[in-house]
Design a protein around this ligand. Structure first.
Ligand SMILES: C[S@@+](CC[C@H](N)C(=O)[O-])C[C@H]1O[C@@H](n2cnc3c(N)ncnc32)[C@H](O)[C@@H]1O
Length: 252
């Protein structure tokens, strides 16, 4: 039998994935942004802006930022919606939402246009057809049930609504692949410890990136959930992927 300490839990052996993930993000929430900026060499924000640009938002729209974390996608979406419109930032982790709230209050306008909701991606607490668009940043690896998440996204979108899903990837070219492996194995744990004082969340991060689905598999699951106009766009040599899709206008 494997013995694990409280500081090195595993989602498979100790507790269901949802509880493990919530504990992980509850633990690192105050340092999450700092880790992101350093570990992505500042690329995370341009990737998020690209994700939001792909949604082709218009003022007045209602947008879901699912698994919103510290709310960077919500802030980027708000900029496109002004002077009207609303973003709902929904996350499993209350400490992440609390951290996001402080960030929104510092941004001119964001505080007025963003509302927070604590909820699970697999069972969204929203009415069907209540959003014009939705985005997810770096959470496809983390949800307990990806198919249920895609079905819920489909349900809460209005016909014609777009989604933009940003997730880490694995580069294909030999040079990028080698650099990426070294980065994941050496730099990420080191940056994680230096920025948050914890190691186990970053061992999980490495493992979850290496074990995540291939882009074609993500596309097939989006199609199975009912989405159309599906595509995957590699960014920075495939280090990250942007998945885009639309709710069909006539879905009956
Ligand atoms: C890596 S963070 C990404 C945060 C943010 N989207 C960003 O772009 O930085 C993943 C977030 O997903 C949330 N999360 C994980 N599983 C979830 C689920 N099943 N339902 C809702 N939120 C979830 C976590 O609490 C965490 O805040």
């Amino acid at each position: 039998m494997t013995t694990r300490t409280a500081s090195s839990p595993s989602p498979r052996t100790v507790e269901p994935k949802g509880r493990f993930i919530r504990r992980l993000f509850d633990t690192i929430s105050p340092r999450y942004d700092r880790f992101n900026r350093v570990s992505s060499l500042g690329l995370d924000q341009p990737w998020r802006r690209r994700t939001i640009a792909g949604l082709k938002l218009l003022p007045g729209m209602r947008v879901l930022d699912l698994a919103s974390g510290s709310g960077d996608l919500s802030v980027a979406a708000t900029r496109e919606l002004l002077p009207l419109g609303q973003v709902v930032a929904c996350d499993l982790s209350y400490p992440m939402l609390r951290f996001a709230r402080k960030k929104f209050d510092r941004h001119p306008f964001a505080g007025w246009h963003i509302t927070l909701a604590q909820g699970k991606a697999e069972e969204l607490p929203f009415r069907s057809g209540s959003f014009h668009a939705a985005a997810i940043g770096f959470a496809l690896r983390n949800v307990s049930d990806l198919d249920a998440t895609f079905r819920e996204l489909y349900r809460v979108l209005k016909p014609g609504g777009r989604i933009g899903l940003l997730e880490f990837g694995r580069p294909n070219s030999l040079l990028f692949k080698l650099g990426h492996r070294i980065w994941l194995t050496l730099a990420i744990p080191l940056i994680g410890v230096l920025t948050t004082g914890k190691l186990w969340p970053f061992l999980y991060l490495r493992r979850s990136i290496l074990q995540f689905l291939e882009p074609e598999q993500v596309l097939r699951r989006l199609e199975a959930a009912g989405f159309r106009q599906i595509k995957a766009e590699p960014m920075t040599g495939g280090t990250a992927y942007l998945y885009q899709a639309a709710h069909p206008v006539n879905s009956n």
